[in-house]
Design a protein. Structure first.
Lengths: 399, 267
């Protein structure tokens, strides 16, 4: 088991998803149990499903200086960066530490592949990409990080993590290591993934997409609803921000089982959980809330419900928020980290929207409706293709 | 910042010209070099997986298997970091072409093989590895430096051995014009926080301003090998260090940041 880490301050954070732009929109939607899902009006060909589409991405132009980065994913990144005063918080950190002393670690599963898809729909007479899309940097998985580094003026280590749906959870682990080893003094972490044909038709080909809004942990659930989101957090040493919420720990593991289905006994998920608790120096009984991966796929929910039932007491509350936002894939880690942080900050356990008839595997830990209670420690689970698991632990500073 | 020190316990290498690290050393010593197989053998994969796996996975698994074998360590015990500038470009080309023509005809297998962490997934499944696995990407010039930094961080922060795999395959279709990849190249290192009986070298790593890349004309190996793809360009000078050519290399690790690498004998 790993050694406990020194907690880090989450000195600023923000998210943008189908629920709205910035933290207030998310908090209000959770309070009123309002889903952001809508009937699919995005894919280039019809596909009967529901999606979590962010309002206003099309109208968000990048400033002229960043025109070469133009694409839906980077527009969503820009929209997300400009909420909750996040850019100003990063500017202040840059002025205090220096641009090369701040790392940038972002997760994404498909980056700006939507632009590559568009180029293939508009090939010219010679079979080449159209001139306006002949921009190599947006056809690479690093497009998001390269753009955000430029937009925030950061000159430190810059890393893309792309482990499918655990991507933007693992960024916290990478950033913590860099800060602990003294490579940097702070890190901007987060993730952005946007709707695109690749994921809509890809998950559909795997028969994992639900024709109705997703119903996490419902006995009759029939697959995921895909969404898009952007989220960012600023991590600094705890002494710089004595009262900011804390990153207490993280755990990472591999299932070693199958490319697209989870380990049937949740072996990897449990290893990530135990690892996160050990790094945080916590017992399972000290966990007040778990934001579950809870995609509404048959296997994920079955395995995850069993893990919660065997690892936690009834006093721990658990829910999936995927029916609010859809599964935002590589951005799910940061989006749901924000839900965990909001739970701590506002004492709100979001109810597990979309479930009317719980799967019998679900234990008494499940919060089917909103609950108002003090949350000192909250976890967030993120599991991805390839059996890639991450668990994050956040907490408040207890005087 | 005092230098980060990691030890190299094993090296893997595969390109259409070089079957392994020994072939590079032989070539540098002026010996004749056997031609590698037409595709990476990837013997670590079970036969049925080897038939199904895409080229990006075969390449990554081949070099990973070589490095782990040389290190004498158990693959299942190693955390792993897989870096690639473009992932499986052949699959991306297939997906974008199919989506433009007949989106509902997309192959489910090719879709799940398209994730950037497909090599990490196949590798951990084949070796029964439950340790953390990451798939990362950096800027074109920084692709190897970003992966090396992440792997070294893991080795030092968690005091464990880490497998680093850096690989890219050739570009395909209209995407190929954007990725500047003309042929496959992969390499792998096993990094440890402490020296072991099989350690080849100690690397002292320090963040420093990025230097302009030195001209590959001064390299003892053919320009065409360097120019194969982004990973080859950044990794070959590092492999030359490990083969005993030179003692210092400034490897880009981000847009403006370099990683100063000083090589020392492990003894």
């Amino acid at each position: 088991m790993p050694e406990p880490i020194h907690p880090l301050a989450v000195s600023a954070y923000t998210v943008t998803s189908a629920l709205g732009h910035g933290l207030d929109d998310h908090r209000h939607a959770l309070h009123s149990a309002r889903s952001g899902l809508r009937a699919n009006d995005f894919s280039s060909a019809p596909l009967a499903c529901w999606i979590g589409r962010v309002e206003g991405v099309e109208g968000t132009a990048l400033p002229d200086a960043f025109a070469s980065w133009e694409c839906r994913n980077n527009r969503l990144a820009w929209l997300g960066l400009n909420q909750d005063g996040f850019v100003d918080r990063v500017r202040a950190a840059r002025e205090s530490y220096g641009a090369s002393r701040i790392a940038l670690v972002l997760g994404t599963s498909t980056a700006s592949i939507g632009a590559t898809e568009e180029a293939y729909r508009r090939l010219d007479a010679d079979g080449r990409m159209p001139a306006d899309l002949r921009r190599p940097a947006i056809h690479a998985p690093h497009s998001l990080v390269a753009f955000v580094a430029e937009a925030l003026g950061l000159e430190g280590p810059a890393l893309t993590l792309s482990t499918a749906c655990s991507s933007s959870a693992k960024v916290f682990a990478s950033a913590e290591r860099m800060i602990r080893l003294g490579l940097v003094d702070a890190a901007v972490v987060g993730g952005v993934d946007t709707l695109c044909d690749s994921v809509l038709f890809g998950f559909n080909a795997l028969e994992l997409v639900s024709p109705e809004p997703c119903r996490p942990f419902d006995r009759r659930r029939c697959g995921i609803s895909i969404g898009e989101a952007a989220g960012f957090a600023l991590l600094e040493r705890a002494d710089a921000h004595p009262s900011a919420p804390r990153l207490l720990g993280y755990g990472e593991s591999s299932d070693a089982h199958h490319m697209s289905t989870p380990h049937p006994e949740g072996l990897g998920a449990e290893l990530a959980l135990r690892d996160a608790l050990a790094r945080a120096g916590l017992d399972a009984a000290q966990v007040d809330y778990i934001n579950l991966h809870g995609t509404a796929s048959l296997k994920n929910d079955e395995v995850e419900a069993a893990l919660v039932a065997r690892a936690f007491p009834a006093s721990t509350r658990a829910s999936s928020t995927k029916a609010f936002t859809g599964h935002t894939l590589g951005a799910a880690g940061i989006l749901e980290a924000a839900f965990a942080l909001l739970a701590i900050e506002h004492g709100l356990v979001p109810g597990n929207l979309g479930c009317s008839d719980p799967d019998p595997a679900c234990g008494p830990q499940f919060a089917w409706y909103n609950e108002h209670r003090r949350i000192d420690v909250a976890l967030s689970n993120s599991f991805g293709f390839g059996g890639n698991n991450a668990c994050l632990a956040f907490g408040r500073v207890v005087a | 910042m005092s230098p980060l020190q990691v030890y190299v316990g094993g090296v893997g290498l595969w390109s259409p010209q070089l079957a392994n690290f020994a072939a590079l050393r032989a070539w540098l010593a002026g010996s004749p070099m056997p031609s590698p197989a037409a595709r990476p053998p990837a013997a670590t994969l079970p036969a049925n997986e080897r038939r199904r796996a895409p080229e990006s996975v075969l390449l990554a698994v081949e070099v990973a298997g070589q490095a782990v074998a040389m290190s004498g360590r158990q693959a299942s015990e190693l955390a792993c970091v897989f870096s690639s500038a473009h992932g499986d470009q052949a699959i991306t080309d297939y997906m974008c072409e199919t989506l433009a023509r007949e989106p509902s005809g997309l192959s489910p297998t090719r879709f799940h093989n398209s994730v950037h962490n497909a090599p990490a997934g196949y590798w951990t499944i084949a070796t029964g590895c439950h340790a953390p696995s990451a798939a990362v990407c950096g800027g074109q010039l920084a692709i190897v430096g970003a992966g090396l930094l992440e792997a070294a961080m893991q080795a030092l922060a968690d005091q464990r051995a880490v497998l680093l795999v850096c690989s890219d395959i050739a570009g395909a279709g209209p995407l190929g014009e954007m990725t500047d990849s003309t042929q496959a190249f992969g390499c792998a290192l096993v990094l440890t926080p402490h020296p072991g009986p099989r350690s080849l070298a100690r690397l002292n790593l320090t963040l420093a301003p990025k230097q302009a890349p030195t001209s590959s004309t001064s390299s003892p190996i053919p320009m065409a090998w360097h120019d194969a793809n982004a990973t080859a360009k950044a990794a070959l000078p590092l492999l030359l260090l490990l083969a005993g050519h030179g003692t210092h290399y400034n490897l880009a690790t981000a847009d403006m940041l370099g990683l100063d690498i000083h090589w020392e004998s492990a003894a």
